[in-house]
Design a protein. Structure first.
Ligand SMILES: Nc1ncnc2c1ncn2[C@@H]1O[C@H](COP(=O)(O)OP(=O)(O)OP(=O)(O)O)[C@@H](O)[C@H]1O
Length: 617
């Protein structure tokens, strides 16, 4: 049923997705911005490229003209019965040869510059994309529409390189036509008009089909993302284990096939129609060419023009037809590409909602009073449900607070609000009596160290994986090693063939995979790298064995000494380290107090604690 609805959506894209001819032409306004990016990428290569193309555009006319002179000279020489002087002929042939060689060299130069400039441009845009993505809010990343935009923008970084050569070739061809037109107009201006009439239908046809292709491709962005995802999970080191044990390959491939076939068929129908109409319309161009050719032949036979002029005009006319046809086709391709370019610019123009104030405060050093939640509530933007609500409590400076609650109770959400990864939907959070929003965002992020439950296993060296906790110290090997020592990662790393320079994970050659607990020790070392005032550890020991957990805890007290810390854990051994425990239930604060106080209250916390003590949890 779900598949059905997708098919319907794809076949009849939402009206918002359908781009009219006017919009397509309007998208051309993106080109100057695009060329500014290219110009900024490399001024010298852009200039070199333009110059080469300018020279190249004058060559067809020059070659055709020399060709005409050669033919006229040959005919003149044939008519001479006595001794013939061939010098002029050989000079003409030498010039023609020189032009042919020059043309070849210039072609190679253009291809070279196109490819170098294209690579640089693509690298530059990818960097801009990564840097821009980092400025956006976490909430934006959790939005499917945003993801589609990101996906389309990501595709642009590579495919838009083609657009650059297309536009440059377009300019080149226009200049070539200008040169050829001068020759043709000198003979008969009507020939130019015939040309235009012949190529316009073809141009309109191309534009129409481009618009349809774009609409289809755009409306299929979510499905294409799904296809990419299926391709990834169907053939990846991370999923191979479960795909095999659950025997999922048939399930995944048939799902992929179903979706990709549907796209293939929709696309095929457009491509087919385009091919048929394209052939019909372009034969109009052929008709016009031969009409003009017959006219020129009559003129030649009547002795109005020479045979050399005949070849010159026929050659010019034919070249112009090809060039004009190419320009028209390319024009609609450029307009189409410019539409895609819009996606890239749209993405780069997205602005984060969480922004620093104009005159931001720096985080107090040290924090005096701590953090205060005042009736804080938060709803994820894609959800109607309150993830947390009516949270009011004070986290004292230097206090160790444990968050406890069942799955989905809102623990991680609470700490994300504390780190200002999200903004409260209602209520506010204060730091030393001032709204968190008044503080400098970078400074806040700097003063807060979080190790998430779903920390990232970077497929990089062990050293880099730890340095990520404070990336400015990536060269500080002593600090990295002592952090690893404290989190128990050092003995794990010492066993690796390349020690701290060992690439972790299986994705790259020579990478070594670690066990879940070993990864956690490495990730935990990040917390020791950062000199943060507030430390948040979300399930820091969930994958550790009992002995490692005990040892980590002994060192934790050193880590959190003098700092404010929030610990999220389902293990009561961790929880007991805290000064106070905050018990959350369905996003609401239910109990708050020390371990002893909560046991004495004999409420939910006491109930869970007793269950775990008896070995049920
Ligand atoms: N990105 C998200 N988008 C929408 N809803 C979310 C998102 N993240 C969490 N939620 C919802 O918010 C609620 C609280 O989730 P949260 O991750 O804070 O729980 P938790 O207490 O940390 O759970 P656990 O113990 O399982 O880690 C849950 O109902 C969850 O479904």
């Amino acid at each position: 049923m779900r598949e059905q609805s997708k098919g319907t959506r794809a076949a009849t894209p939402a009206s918002g997705d359908k781009k009219s001819f006017r919009e397509q032409m309007g998208a051309l306004k993106n080109l100057p911005k695009f060329f500014r990016l290219i110009w900024d990428t490399s001024k010298s290569m852009t200039i070199g490229n333009l110059l080469l193309r300018l020279v190249k555009s004058s060559l067809p006319l020059a070659m055709l003209y020399i060709g005409k002179l050669i033919i006229d000279e040959v005919i003149r020489l044939i008519a001479i019965t006595g001794e013939r002087d061939l010098n002029y002929l050989w000079i003409l042939v030498a010039v023609e040869l020189g032009l042919a060689i020059l043309s070849d060299i210039i072609n190679r130069g253009i291809t070279l510059l196109d490819s170098l400039l294209g690579d640089l441009f693509s690298n530059r845009t990818s960097v801009a994309l990564i840097e821009h993505a980092a400025t956006l809010d976490l909430a934006q990343f959790e939005d499917a529409t945003f993801y589609d935009k990101l996906e389309r923008a990501r595709r642009q970084t590579v495919s838009r390189v083609v657009l650059m050569s297309q536009v440059l070739s377009q300019l080149q061809d226009m200049v070539t036509i200008g040169f050829l037109a001068v020759g043709l107009i000198a003979f008969n201006p009507w020939l130019i008009l015939i040309l235009l009439v012949a190529v316009i239908p073809s141009f309109l046809g191309e534009t129409h089909f481009n618009e349809r292709s774009y609409s289809l491709s755009r409306s299929w962005t979510p499905e294409r993302r799904e296809l990419d995802y299926l391709r990834y999970i169907g053939a990846s080191d991370e999923t191979a284990k479960e795909i095999k044990t659950f025997n999922l390959s048939g399930f995944l491939s048939s799902r992929f096939k179903l979706l990709s076939d549907r796209y293939y068929n929709l696309n095929k129908s457009i491509t087919l129609k385009r091919a048929v109409w394209g052939s019909i319309l372009s034969s109009l161009g052929a008709l016009a060419y031969y009409g003009a050719y017959v006219f020129i032949l009559f003129q030649t036979v009547a002795g109005v023009i020479t045979v050399g002029t005949l070849t010159f005009l026929a050659g010019s006319f034919n070249s112009m037809r090809g060039l004009l046809q190419g320009i028209m086709t390319r024009f609609s391709q450029i307009a189409e590409s410019a539409l895609y370019l819009q996606d890239l610019f749209d993405f780069l123009e997205l602005r984060p909602q969480i922004t620093p104030p104009t005159n931001p405060l720096t985080i107090p050093r040290p924090i005096q009073q701590g953090f205060t939640f005042e009736d804080v509530g938060f709803k994820y933007h894609n959800s109607e449900r309150w993830a947390v609500r009516h949270l009011s409590f004070h986290l004292r400076a230097g206090e160790k607070l444990a968050l406890v609650g069942e799955n989905g109770a809102g623990k991680t959400t609470l700490v994300k609000l504390l780190a200002r990864l999200y903004e409260p939907t209602e209520g506010r959070i204060l730091l030393d009596g001032k709204d968190l929003r008044e503080y400098d965002l970078n400074d806040l992020r700097h003063q807060v160290g979080i190790i998430f439950q779903d920390y990232v296993r970077f497929q990089m060296t062990a050293s880099d994986n730890i340095a990520i906790g404070q990336i400015s110290n990536i060269q500080d090997h002593d600090r990295i090693q002592s952090s690893a020592y404290k989190s128990l990662a050092d003995p794990v790393i010492q066993r690796l063939p390349d020690k701290y320079e060992q690439v972790l994970g299986k994705r790259f050659n020579k990478g070594v995979e670690l066990s879940g607990g070993e990864w956690q020790k490495v990730a935990l070392a990040r917390a020791y790298m950062r000199d943060a005032q507030l430390l948040i550890l979300d399930e820091p020991t969930s994958a550790l064995d009992a002995r490692a957990e005990h040892e980590v805890f002994v060192r934790f007290s050193e880590l959190i000494e003098g700092k404010t810390a929030v610990l999220i854990s389902h293990r009561f051994s961790t929880v007991r380290m805290a000064d106070r425990i905050l018990f959350l239930e369905q996003g609401q604060l239910k109990e708050l107090g020390s371990h002893e106080e909560l046991l004495a209250q004999n409420g939910k916390y006491a109930e869970l604690f007793k269950l775990q003590a008896r070995g049920y949890l």
